[in-house]
Design a protein. Structure first.
Length: 323
C-alpha cells in the first residue's frame, strides 16, 4: 500500500474542504470494507484519506416530515435493526441482511454500500473499469459470467455492486450530497451513471463531494427484494430485483421494478413496471412482468443464465412485496 496522509475532521464542511476536485488524489473513508481493499491492491493511491468516522452528524436514522432520513455513515447493522426500516422498507432489510457477514454489516455503511466500486475481476486485477489489455477489451471474449446483461453495448460491462441501490430507487429515495458549493439533492434514480472513460466513476458524485444521507418517502408502498445468490455470505448476488408499488382496490399502481447486478448502473425495468401497473397481481400479471423485465436483455458469451434467474427474481420480489 502506498503511504498517505490521514485526516479525521469533525464536520462535513471540513471534510469537503480537504477533498481534491480530481478523482484519486484524495479518498473518503467510511467503514473501510471496500476502500482498504482498493488501497491495498493499489487500485487507488491517494495522497490523503479523509475519514468520516468523527463526523457525528452523518450517523443515525430519524423521521422528518413524511420521510425517513438515513445518515450516510449509518452502519448496515443499524439499518436492518431500525424499527421504522423494518416496518416500512422490507426491500432494504432483505437486501442489507444478505450482505457479506456480521462483520461487514457492523463496519460497512449505507453510503459506502452505495459508492462501493465494481467487483468486476478485470477491474479488481488492475485492467481498469473497462477491462482492457494493450487497448484490447478483455471482457467480451473473456470470463464475463458475472458481467452485465443490460447496458453493455459500450466499453463498460461491469455490474453495479450495490444491493441497496435498487431498493432505494424503487422506493423513490433522494440522496443528499455536500460539496464546496453547498448541499444538493439528487434522486437515487439519477445518481448513477455509466462511465465514459477510465477516469470517470460509476456515479454522479463529484470527487470533492461527500454523500451525507438518504431520504426515503414513507408512502406506504408495498416493497420487496429478491436476490439470486450462489451462496449465503461473503459474496454478491448474481442478479436481484427490488420492487415497490401501491396495491389498493385490488390493482397495482405506481409500480417500480429495479434490477440489481445486471448492468453498470441499477437498471430500471421500465417495460416490466408498466406491465405490472393497473393489473391485479395474479399469476398472469407476474409472468408478464417478469417476461417484460428480461425482454431487452443482451447477455454476453457466458452470462445468458442470468436471464432466467432474473425472471425468477422479479416474480419473487413482487410476491415478497405482496406477502
Ligand atoms: C465479502 C464481502 C461481501 C459483500 N457482499 C455484498 C453484497 O452482497 N451486496 C452489497 O451491496 N455489498 C456487499 N459487500 C460490500 C459492502 O456492503 C461494502 O463494502 C460496504 O457497504 C462499504 O461500506 P464502507 O462504509 O465500508 O465503505 P468504504 O469502504 O469506507 O467506502 C467505499 C467507497 O465509498 C466511498 N464513500 C463511502 N462513504 C462515502 C461518503 N459518505 N461520501 C463519499 N464517498 C464515500 C469511499 O471513498 C469508497 O470509494 C460485500 C463486501 C464484502 C467484503
Amino acid at each position: 500500500m502506498n503511504a498517505f496522509e490521514y485526516a479525521s475532521p469533525t464536520s462535513v464542511d471540513d471534510a469537503v474542504s480537504l477533498l481534491s476536485d480530481s478523482w484519486g488524489e484524495t479518498e473518503v473513508l467510511a467503514g473501510g470494507t471496500d476502500l482498504l481493499t482498493l488501497l491495498k491492491q493499489g487500485l487507488t493511491a491517494p495522497r490523503l484519506v479523509v475519514s468520516l468516522s468523527n463526523v457525528k452528524q452523518l450517523s443515525g436514522i430519524s423521521k422528518k416530515g413524511g420521510s425517513l432520513e438515513i445518515g450516510a455513515t449509518t452502519t448496515l447493522s443499524e439499518l436492518v435493526a431500525n424499527a421504522d426500516v423494518q416496518e416500512h422498507f422490507p426491500a432494504l432489510v432483505t437486501a442489507a441482511n444478505n450482505i457479506g457477514s456480521t462483520q461487514i454489516l457492523n463496519a460497512g455503511t449505507v453510503g459506502g454500500d452505495l459508492l462501493q466500486r465494481p467487483r468486476c475481476w478485470y477491474f479488481r486485477n488492475g485492467f481498469g473499469l473497462f477491462g482492457t489489455h494493450d487497448g484490447e477489451p478483455l471482457v467480451p471474449t473473456g470470463d464475463n459470467r458475472y458481467h452485465a446483461i443490460f447496458g453493455n453495448s459500450g466499453a463498460a460491462k461491469f455490474v453495479n455492486a450495490s444491493s441497496l441501490a435498487p431498493g432505494l430507487i424503487a422506493l423513490g429515495a433522494t440522496l443528499s450530497v455536500q460539496g464546496p458549493g453547498g448541499a444538493r439533492e439528487v434522486k437515487a434514480s439519477e445518481f448513477y451513471s455509466t462511465p465514459k472513460s477510465e477516469n470517470d466513476r460509476e456515479y454522479t458524485l463529484k470527487p470533492n463531494e461527500v454523500l451525507t444521507g438518504v431520504s426515503i418517502p414513507m408512502q406506504g408502498l408495498r416493497n420487496g427484494t429478491y436476490e439470486v445468490r450462489q451462496r449465503r455470505g461473503l459474496d454478491w448476488p448474481m442478479v436481484a430485483a427490488s420492487v415497490a408499488f401501491e396495491h389498493g382496490g385490488g390493482t397495482v399502481s405506481d409500480a417500480r421494478i429495479v434490477l440489481g447486478h445486471v448492468a453498470p448502473v441499477p437498471w430500471f425495468a421500465e417495460k416490466a413496471s408498466k406491465e405490472l401497473g393497473g393489473k391485479q397481481p395474479n399469476d398472469a400479471a407476474l409472468k408478464s412482468a417478469s417476461e417484460a423485465a428480461v425482454a431487452d436483455a443482451t447477455p454476453l458469451s457466458r452470462n445468458g443464465y442470468k436471464v432466467q434467474q432474473l425472471r425468477v427474481a422479479v416474480r419473487r420480489a413482487i410476491e415478497a412485496a405482496l406477502a
